[in-house]
Design a protein around this ligand. Structure first.
Ligand code: ZN
Length: 151
């Protein structure tokens, strides 16, 4: 299978069958992320334990396939990580999307999210791809911005 087709299938699978979509009971941190240029609108919910490890990550909301797949992949890759490790992964993802990081070994740390590499050649979709990651980084760096998890 051609690598681009494989990437497309990974993105489709996360979009059609997201693993981490839904409402979390008693999240530690909640933040809404909006990309007005496309209409992507997510609410990210994180559960963080006393050791600062992200025990669970979920999202709600709607948007285009790239935004939805990206936030689901992001959740996959940060669960079990410490906050600072998750922020580093976000930096790696941003670097990939902006075409600044191409080192395969580094990109493997992103797991499925590396399938969005081609977005670096689609400027109109960059904001869709980074929405979930940007929201995650923002709430970890500024937990005081956390909102209530009401719909
Ligand atoms: Zn979008």
């Amino acid at each position: 299978m051609e690598i681009k087709q494989l990437y497309r299938e990974i993105v489709n699978e996360h979009n059609l069958n997201p693993v981490h979509k839904g409402k979390m009971e008693n999240p530690s941190l909640v933040l809404r992320g909006v990309n007005p240029s496309c209409g992507d609108d997510i609410t990210l919910q994180l559960k963080i334990n006393d050791e600062g490890i992200i025990e669970d990550a979920m999202f709600n909301g709607s948007g285009c396939a790239i935004s939805q797949a990206s936030v689901d992949m992001m959740a996959d890759s940060i669960i079990g990580k410490k906050k600072d490790e998750a922020i580093k992964l976000s930096d790696t993802f941003m670097g990939m999307i902006h075409g600044e990081i191409e080192d395969e070994e580094k990109l493997e740390e992103l797991e499925d999210a590396a399938a969005l590499k081609d977005v670096s050649h689609m400027p109109a979709r960059v904001k869709c791809a980074v929405l979930g990651w940007h929201t995650m980084q923002e709430i970890l760096e500024h937990p005081e911005k956390s909102i209530s998890n009401e719909d």
